[in-house]
Every structure is written in structure tokens, then in C-alpha cells.
Ligand binder design. Sequence first.
Ligand code: SF4
Ligand code: SF4
Length: 273
Amino acid sequence: MAGLKSDLQKSDIKRKAKSLGATLVGFTNVQRYREYYPEAPAIFHPDRIWPEARSVIVMAVPLNLPIVESTPSINYQELYNTSNIMLDNLAYRLSLYLMDKGQAAIWAPRDGYGSLDYLIDRASSSFSQVIAGYLAGLGTIGWSHNLLTPQYGSRHRLVSVLTSAKIAPDKVLSQSLCLHCDLCRRLCPVGALKGDRRADFADMDMNKCTRRHQELKAAGCWPCGLCTKVCPVGADRRLFNRTDAKLYLKESKGQSSPEIEAWNQMRAYGSHR
Ligand code: SF4
Ligand code: SF4
């Protein structure tokens, strides 16, 4: 397989991805999947969905923390849907840019499942954006199974472009960002996260999580995202003055504050209450 065409640099691809709307951009390759995830199900390897794939460009857009905090609400649903449209557009357009430059490329849609019903008893999409994001150096995988980034914790959405070109991968983060604080387990509304908080990952009941999403989708206020909301990791917490997670525990006890009132305001209209 060829490397990048001589008139196209890795920095050009990164610049293009940013100009299309990506906030975070990282690169990984198929060898790294073998190195880091030899035991991972082969479906997660990029060359299983496209045998010619050699490199993966992973991109993320952030979610606005105060809207994530309103979950479940129509505002969060709209944010989620809009970020998805943005991601698929930008990945499709980046693949077209690469093709125009003489590099074969395809796009791996940000979710890769057609309906939540398909996830019951088979909770895998056609490509794992979380594993791709980790291997591309964007962040580390937290106890909650979410990708945690230094900038936004898990308050982001991901998409990838696969290309047959060999591109130098970015460095994988060596230190886990997860604080093992237990907040995601304590505040998950259906107890889907279980196990030893010191372990690398929770024992996750995927069906419980999916059923929660099905309920919320029917009510017009999905996804759940409570584990994303409460995760203390991410510089966005300082930006939005949300460094004290006690606020979330207060909310879970039915107590009030101006912030909690604001989230309730967003929840009160436009979807089932
Ligand atoms: S909420 Fe705490 S335990 Fe859960 S992923 Fe975030 S840092 Fe890790
Ligand atoms: S998305 Fe909601 S239901 Fe699923 S693990 Fe996170 S908090 Fe629990």
C-alpha cells in the first residue's frame, strides 16, 4: 500500500478536517490495533470492514456541557442529533477530499447501527469509534466505557475516516484519565454500570443501558448520557464553572439550586416530562 501522495501531508488532512468542523483530530493505523488489541473482536479492526484500510483519521466535536446537564430533554436530543449530522457530513466530505487528492478513503458513520432494537443482546455497532479515538491518541477509555478526552471528558461525539494510505499515527495517551470516582456508577439511573471501581472498566449491562435509551427515545428526549454529564474529567468543566460534582449528587437527592432549576426548565417543555 502506498504512503501519502507527495503533494499531500498529514498536516493538510488535519487542517482540512478542522476547516470542515472537527475540533479534535487524531490518526491511528491497523498495526496499532494488532499491537494494543490483539484480543479484541476482529469486528473492531478497520481492515475487517475494508480490507484495504491502513490508517484511520478520528475526529470529534464537543457537546455543550449545560445542555448535556439537562438530560433527558429535547434540547439534549437536538444537540445529539445535530452533532451526528455534523459528524457524518464532515467525515463524508473528508473522504471525498482524500479521494480528490488521489487517496482511497471511506467513512465509518458515527454510530453504525440502524435502530436501538438491533443492540439488544448484540450491543456492537459496525465500527468502534471509542477504540479508534483511544488508538488515535484523543483520550483514554474510562470505567464507564466512554472515551475520556482531556478537553471535554466524554462530552463529545466521534467519527472516523479510513484510508488505504499509510500515515504516521499519533501517540496513544499512556496515563488513564479516569479518576475512578464512582460517580458514573452512582448516578446511572438503571444500574447498568457495576463492578470494582478500581478495575479498568465497569461490568456493563448493555441491555439495561439500551432499554433506558429506548424509553427515552419514545419520550422524545434521548439519549441518556448521565454518565457523560457527571464525569469530572475535562477542561470544559472550568469553562462552564462546573468543577464541583456535588451539584449532581444534590440533584439526585431531589434538592434544588439555580442550575438544577435551569435543567428542569429545559426538561419541562417540548418532550414527555
Ligand atoms: S465518572 Fe469517574 S469513574 Fe466514571 S468514567 Fe468518569 S472519572 Fe471514571
Ligand atoms: S448512558 Fe445512561 S443508562 Fe447507559 S450507562 Fe450511562 S448513565 Fe447508565
